[in-house]
Design a protein around this ligand. Sequence first.
Ligand SMILES: [Zn+2]
Length: 507
Amino acid sequence: MPKAYRVVIARFCHESNRQNPETTGEDFFLIERGRNTLRSPSGVLKGLAEKLAAVGVELEPVFSVDAPPSGLVDHAFYLRRREELLEAVRQLKPDAIGLDLHGAMGTTQIPDAEGDLLEALRLLVGPDVPIAIGLDLHAHLTWRMLDNTDICIGYKENPHSDTVECGEKVAELLIERLEGRLKPVTVSALVPMVLPGAQETASGPLADIHEKAREYTAQNPSIRDISIYNVYRFVDDDEIGQVVTVLSDGPDANAPSIAMDLVTRFWVERARFKDDLLSVDEVFELVRNSPQKRPFAIGDMGDRVAAGAPGDSTVLLAAALDHHPGLRGAVPVTDPAGAAQAIEAGVGATVSLSIGAGFTPGFKPRLITGRVEHVSDGAFVVEGCLGKGSRSEMGATAVLRVDDRVFVLLTTKPSCFLDPAAFSSQNLDLATLDFLVVKSGYHFALNFGDLATPVLVRTPGVGYYSPGQFTYEKSRFWPEVNIPNPKVVAYQHSVGTPREIVAKAFA
Ligand SMILES: [Zn+2]
């Protein structure tokens, strides 16, 4: 490399569920600044930072601002972080900017926070300073985000086992762009639909679409990335849908037809994107009748903290206590007041508490009586492969043993959505349990590995999309609305030139 480039890097990640009535404020976020940003990086930030540093780039880490999915972000908090990043860029005058963003952050005032952030950065640095971002494949990818970035690519896998690789690829493309070896042009196309189910990329219709994308990439040397975004289903904005992006070195003659073909496959295959989740009774019968020794990790789809739900459901707890005697398990419930009361009573005390249902409309609280087994500040370090080494916080947490067989984790913050350390840090031995409830749908399977068998259950709550359940004010998409034959438009995005329509067709 002829000169040492200086690159501002930062992470600002949140997936904002507008169905969750709680606003996500500063206390929800883990914030690191300056060099601390890189103390134990994970995901895109890790891949980006390590790859850039390995080729001699001087890193200027600004911050890592990260929270688990939850309700819309407090707009004033967002604006303060935006200004903090802009001010750092003003002071540092970097050669480029590399960001780890989720891509589905909404605030109490705007549905496309990343679009707003990237536009503000672009206005500040002009067209010649490259901006490169890595996104979650559940991003709500908007034209505004694409118009203001040189390089925008997403994860390819759900569960997200390739987040670090995504960051490395962002870094590689950014270096090529800085050295003048890459003139990035992105073609994008959107079809207005969400996926009710079949969200995993290793099997089913998504596996087929990704296979086709890899084929296209192999056949077209100037195409450097094809990303396929399965939009987060709990946003509401003018255009939401499945998005395909094709990033090439200079305009590629095949890119528009490739984007159109891949995105149209979603529409053609839409009947295959249905879910086949077990009911609560079916899942407990599975647990009861299984000969296996290791526990089942039951993904509570309705109350998925991993999709922005509050984690305050008592549905699975009530089913286990009332209908499945003999089963030993662990169930987390977000309940700050209950956790405080149990901690106040102290380890060894027996308490009766009405727990849960503090946040989600329609949920019912549950009266439990149990012995306080353990209390802590709820901090732990992620042990599984996704986010390994990163800090996680449940807030003040108490474990109650109910009916001598079900451990209830009363947490202050929504939690228990990814990693076994959430349980083991509370002195729970997973090997002694028949089941444990995880507030997640997909990613936990990676982190639990051999410790538990993942299974998903259909439950009520704001973390599970089923057609007609929620009100959307802006968005029109299938299957919420019957769209007989949606029009698909492919746009070309290239920094410094206006967005251009490069193809149009009915799906
Ligand atoms: Zn995701």
